[in-house]
Ligand binder design. Structure first.
Ligand SMILES: Cc1cc2nc3c(=O)[nH]c(=O)nc-3n(C[C@H](O)[C@H](O)[C@H](O)COP(=O)(O)O)c2cc1C
Length: 368
């Protein structure tokens, strides 16, 4: 039975453990050498802590796909140099680094560029989709942008790329009938709604060659009756696998509570494991489950029971990049899942719960 401390092979990468750092937007725009150093130091700490694979925070493939001015990108010369530095520091520390490629679509708030969307839905409750509806030429341009950034990621020494198709961004927006209301070949049936992501996988694969790992983070459920159905998501991933995908990480999309609060070790952990299991039963590529892992027991159960091949974490690794040391001694993460890390505007490379906890003495012995 496989466990969290066992190695895992993804294509040509040998992960020293089955603990993956899930993408965590660091809020470093990567437009100067200082950002490259700070990013590299963050990843080096994760690598030294024994994380088997580090996925970067989401990286914009095009300026119009940025969610805020501090979102990292990889399309300019300055960004290339900053990322080269971050990759080098990660590798010196023994880490493997995968670039998460993203475009915010109708959720983008770019500086100086007009946002674009799959279907313009400004009155969508809680989550409006704004911008110019994409025409065919713009869709082709965006597919090329994913491929170009993948190629740049390979050039700067990344160990792979992950296409972001979760959490309601452009990939999710195409896949979900809740946000894709197009009547052309890019909308309607699941064949049409998955066309954009299929073309992205194919174009990225063509840009990086056969041997470079290409993965995806999939928003597999919308928790919305008008949203993506699991049957459709399972059909789409078999096509992505045929198109050349090497691994997949299972998360949620629209209205899905992707960063659940107050996760309790041993009680409410691993909330996407049942979903991940369905993808594991359907696919032959490695499946990673994310969402609320906190204790060694739950991680080993998810992997050992065959629901997934690896698990990934975000918040506990902001709190402690060397969480594997705690787990080795039988402990669990003391991350409160308070989500203060999500609220902060400055670089999200450290846990902000410490002050809150010690200031109010909410959790006895909780803050280290
Ligand atoms: C501060 C913060 C930033 C995040 N940034 C990203 C991101 O850039 N891309 C992404 O796919 N998920 C992002 N996530 C979601 C995480 O990858 C993960 O799916 C989620 O936090 C649940 O896992 P956890 O319980 O281990 O935190 C972020 C989460 C947090 C807390």
């Amino acid at each position: 039975m496989k466990m969290i401390f066992d190695p895992l092979t993804i294509k040509n990468l040998v992960l020293s453990s089955r603990l993956v750092r899930s993408a965590t937007a660091e809020r470093l725009a990567m437009e100067n050498p200082e950002d490259g150093e700070q990013m590299g130091a963050t990843y080096a700490a994760l690598a030294r802590g024994g994380v088997g694979l580090i996925i970067t925070g989401h990286i914009a493939v095009h300026p119009a796909g940025r969610l805020d001015p501090l979102m990292a990108g990889l399309y300019s010369d300055q960004q290339v140099e900053a990322w080269r530095q971050a990759v080098a520091l990660t590798h010196v520390a023994g880490g493997l680094l995968v670039a998460q490629l993203n475009h915010g679509g109708g959720r983008s708030r770019p500086v100086g560029d007009a946002p674009v969307c799959v279907s313009c839905l400004p009155d969508r409750p809680h989550d409006p989709m704004q911008g110019a509806p994409l025409d065919f030429a713009m869709i082709e341009m965006l597919i090329s942008a994913f491929a170009q950034t993948a190629r740049l990621a390979q050039d700067v020494g990344m160990n792979g790329v992950q296409i972001h198709a979760a959490h309601g961004y452009l990939g999710s927006q195409f896949l979900s009938p809740a946000t894709n209301q197009r009547s052309d070949e890019w909308g309607g049936s699941i064949e049409n709604r998955s066309r954009f992501l299929r073309r992205v996988v194919q174009s990225v694969r063509a840009a990086v060659g056969a041997n470079f790992p290409v993965g995806m983070k999939l928003g597999a459920c919308d928790d919305d009756p008008a949203g993506l159905r699991i049957e459709d998501a399972l059909r789409a991933v078999t096509w992505f696998q045929e198109d050349g995908l090497d691994f997949i990480e299972i998360s949620g999309a629209f209205r899905s509570d992707i960063c659940r609060r107050k996760v309790k070790p041993g009680v409410s952990e691993g909330y996407y494991v049942p979903l991940a299991r369905q993808f594991k039963e359907t696919l032959s590529i490695p499946v990673i489950a994310v969402g609320g892992f906190r204790s060694l027991g739950m991680m080993n159960e998810a992997i050992g029971s065959g629901a997934c091949d690896a698990i990934s974490m975000a918040r506990p690794l902001i709190r402690r990049p060397d969480i594997l040391n705690v787990l080795k001694q039988g402990g669990a993460s003391d991350c409160l899942s308070c989500n203060l890390c999500l609220l902060h505007n400055e670089p999200r490379t450290q846990c902000h719960a410490v002050n809150r906890i010690s200031g109010k003495s909410r959790v006895k012995g909780g803050a280290k």
